[in-house]
Design a protein around this ligand. Structure first.
Ligand code: AKB
Length: 315
């Protein structure tokens, strides 16, 4: 049985991935690693929880040693909008933190899953049907750390044989834990506001097309890639994965089909707009489909139906 550590386990993806991994591999075999934010009762009561700051290599090593960890899902990271406001912090967490995790993985022979992002692309990347291998010259600190992270993971595999794997996540939409400081956060907030006030003020402009994915597919991507036959992986790190592409008008129309009174206006955030303009409109994820059978279950309509059902109960 695998022994897993999830860093960033209190975050948007980590909180749900930890529970999905516990269901699959057993509660005691999945250690939730978090830092500042208080974990939910569900996370605390269902299995081990440890304070793990990935910028402290000794803290990472101590937990890996204590629980005899063999697989690390390294989700602790600073997202794009916060990274633009705090570039030094973003470098420290996203690069030094990842480097610490890779060093510990090398020493203790762990496999490592690291999410990259659509943020690893930039204005000179072909933005439609963005290929798996293409120009990556991002102009944000988040993007700089994501490209460097992809390369670092490739390096640790080639040079030291660490079993590193990863995907380039698009915007992730979920209803359990709110995202913290990303450019794609609007696509989560819009559902909460649709239920609460039937009204939303959007901070990205109409026409800002971005790749997106519903959380169950994001969890499936991480787990399936880590279980994939290594012989079949050509790219290994940073697979493009996507489930849908839309702009604010299209997601609003999808919500309006369920809540006809829903209205949306705009108050565009110039920083987020500038970031979104450098990211793909839609990615080509054929390498992930061919190499490890990636296929999303949710399109926009299925996601909207599920989000509104879950959130109307929750709120
Ligand atoms: C962000 O917007 O920063 C993240 C991402 C797409 O990586 N959601």
């Amino acid at each position: 049985m695998k022994k897993i550590l999830v860093t960033g386990a209190v975050g948007q993806i980590g909180s749900e991935l930890t529970m999905a991994l516990r269901e699959r591999y057993g509660n005691e075999n999945v250690v939730a690693g978090g830092r500042k934010t208080r974990p939910s009762e569900k996370l605390l009561n269902s299995g081990p929880f440890e304070i793990v700051d990935c910028t402290d290599i000794d803290a990472v090593a101590a937990v890996v040693k204590k629980y005899k960890i063999d697989t690390i899902y390294h989700l602790a990271a600073i997202l794009s909008a916060v990274a633009e406001a705090h570039p030094v912090l973003a470098w420290n967490v996203n690069i030094n933190g990842l480097h610490n995790v890779l060093e510990v993985a090398r020493e203790y022979d762990c496999a490592v899953f690291t999410p990259s992002s659509i943020g690893a692309f930039g204005p000179t990347t072909p933005l439609d049907n963005t290929p798996q291998v293409t120009i990556q010259r991002p102009t944000t600190m988040y993007g700089v750390t994501k490209v460097s992270g992809e390369l670092l993971c490739d390096y640790y595999f080639k040079r030291f044989g660490v079993d590193t794997r990863g995907v380039r996540y698009p915007g992730i939409i979920s209803n359990e834990t709110l995202p913290g400081g990303g450019t794609t956060d609007y696509a989560v907030e819009i559902y909460y506001e649709a239920i609460r006030h039937k009204k939303y003020t959007c901070n990205l402009p109409a026409g800002a097309f971005l790749d997106m994915m519903y959380m169950p597919d994001a969890l499936k991507a991480a787990i399936d890639l880590m279980e994939a036959d290594p012989e079949k992986l050509i790219h290994r790190n940073a697979f493009n994965v996507t489930a849908m592409s839309f702009d604010p008008e299209i997601i609003a129309a999808s919500i309006r089909r369920q809540i006809p009174e829903f209205v949306m206006d705009y108050e565009v955030d110039p920083v987020k707009k500038a970031i979104a303009e450098t990211w793909p409109n839609s990615m080509d994820d054929s390498a992930a489909r061919e190499e490890w059978g990636w296929k999303p279950d949710y399109d926009l309509e299925a996601m909207t139906a599920d989000m509104l059902t879950v959130l109307s109960k929750k709120l």
